[in-house]
Write a protein that binds this ligand. Structure first.
Ligand SMILES: [Zn+2]
Ligand SMILES: [Zn+2]
Length: 168
């Protein structure tokens, strides 16, 4: 699959790493070289989708979900071209993971009211109790202590794999 994608998109850089992600800064699709299963193929197509759409760092939380949906749509098209099918349940699970994460970020830590993100996209403000809390745009691409290629701190990468480890 990797060879097929590389042949099809010679301008894209595929780099072995320890998880699947797209790094807009490095302009690299990083893939988990230890995985060969079906979902790994889907993840590769998804990250390739980000790359082909040239997704940059997102600004507001609500934009992240749109970006994720767009990448999956591109992945679906790629899969069709390559004669494979991505399980819709898998896609919805991935999107739900993002939805859960975004929802948790937006809940007031003091009174549990759902709040709106402020204009600078780095904090939320509760309209009920006026609590303000910071969120980190690059939080979902935490730097890993790793031996293989990973994104460095502060870089924004689009990866579903590490979302599960986030406590909002
Ligand atoms: Zn509140
Ligand atoms: Zn993604």
């Amino acid at each position: 699959m990797l060879d097929q994608l590389q042949a099809r998109f010679p301008d894209l850089h595929f780099v072995a790493g320890e998880r699947f992600c797209w790094s807009p800064q490095a302009h690299e699709v990083i893939y988990d070289s230890s995985r060969q299963d079906t979902t790994a193929v889907w993840s590769l197509l998804h990250e390739t989708g980000h790359a082909l759409l040239n997704h940059q760092s997102y600004l507001a939380d609500f934009e992240l979900l749109q970006i994720e949906m767009a990448a999956w749509q591109r992945a679906r098209e790629l899969a069709t071209e390559l004669g494979i099918t991505i399980d819709e349940d898998h896609i919805q699970d991935c999107l739900d993971t993002y939805r859960d994460w975004l929802y948790k970020r937006s809940i007031c830590p003091k009174c549990s009211t759902k709040a709106l993100q402020q204009n600078n996209h780095t904090r939320y403000r509760c309209f009920n109790c006026h609590t303000v809390w910071q969120v980190t745009p690059s939080r979902f691409c935490r730097a890993y202590r790793a031996t293989k290629k990973t994104a460095s701190a502060g870089e924004t990468v689009f990866s579903a794999a590490n979302l599960a480890t986030i406590s909002a």
